[in-house]
Write a protein that binds this ligand. Sequence first.
Ligand SMILES: Nc1ncnc2c1ncn2[C@@H]1O[C@H](COP(=O)(O)OP(=O)(O)OP(=O)(O)O)[C@@H](O)[C@H]1O
Ligand SMILES: Nc1nc(=O)c2ncn([C@H]3C[C@H](O)[C@@H](CO)O3)c2[nH]1
Length: 287
Amino acid sequence: MTSCGAAGARARAPPVLSRVIGTSSAGGRDVRGGSGGMGRCGAALRLALEGNIAVGKSTFLRLLGRAFPEWRLVAEPVAQWQKVAAGAEEAPGSGNLLQRLYQEPSRWSFTFQTFSCLGRLKAQLERPAGPAAPVRVFERSVYSDRYVFAKNLFETGHLDMLEWAIYQEWHSFLLQELGDRATLHGFLYLRATPQRCLERLWRRARVEERGVQLLYLQQLHTQHEHWLLERSTKVHFADMRNMPILVLDVDGDFEQDAAMQDILMAQVESFVKSLQNKPVPPHPDPC
Ligand SMILES: Nc1ncnc2c1ncn2[C@@H]1O[C@H](COP(=O)(O)OP(=O)(O)OP(=O)(O)O)[C@@H](O)[C@H]1O
Ligand SMILES: Nc1nc(=O)c2ncn([C@H]3C[C@H](O)[C@@H](CO)O3)c2[nH]1
């Protein structure tokens, strides 16, 4: 396994398909350039790691943890969804919201999106004890909750018009009220074909996902592409419109490929530096 010497990898490695969207400091350029000091007076940078089901986010998070041990990495709370406390004492398995969602999406989608979004919000707002990490990376976000999953469930008829309207109303209200506290500074978008994601999903073999079809992964892929690549999804938060996005092609198998891992980590490092050097936003975090 790699030592993830990101800086070393920059010198020798061939470029990997990646691009930065939406940042004036790095936009459209090769992101492997790197840069100097901090432009955000040390305030933590908050990033979300986005991508289709089984594209490799947890795997990527582990690589980030090895390469940047001082960062705080927040995994998606799948285990919580599999055992919701309130349902756990009834019949075995009854507290498994993920299973219910996949078995009966029209019945459970609204419940699921309410619970998942609440959890994501709590994670984004959490102020962990101890020394502040310079960078926090969340596996998915309140934004993918809405602009990928909930939107897709509405468009495929599993959330009805009323549920979708209610979800959007509290989502917009909460995020507008929370303002900077819930703001992110950039996205890392892991991108692979839906077919590749399906292969990985089968390999991982999570019981609840046994019925997941290629079509569902294609739909989610399209939602990600519209939201993060084409930016054609209508978003409701001004700071989201020009949010810097690092798009990383992870279609290739890098699990056993130390050189490829180093390149990916170097690209993330360079992206982060470009964000840290950006002028401090009008309403910065307190430092
Ligand atoms: N680049 C890769 N090449 C080959 N296999 C990979 C790669 N990345 C991840 N995998 C494998 O694919 C499976 C899914 O990966 P992982 O659990 O990291 O996906 P995920 O994006 O976190 O999934 P979810 O959307 O469900 O949270 C795992 O078995 C993992 O070992
Ligand atoms: N409907 C729905 N909304 C979400 O916000 C969401 N986030 C994750 N998931 C599903 C995908 C994986 O099976 C599993 C782990 O990522 O959970 C979601 N499903």
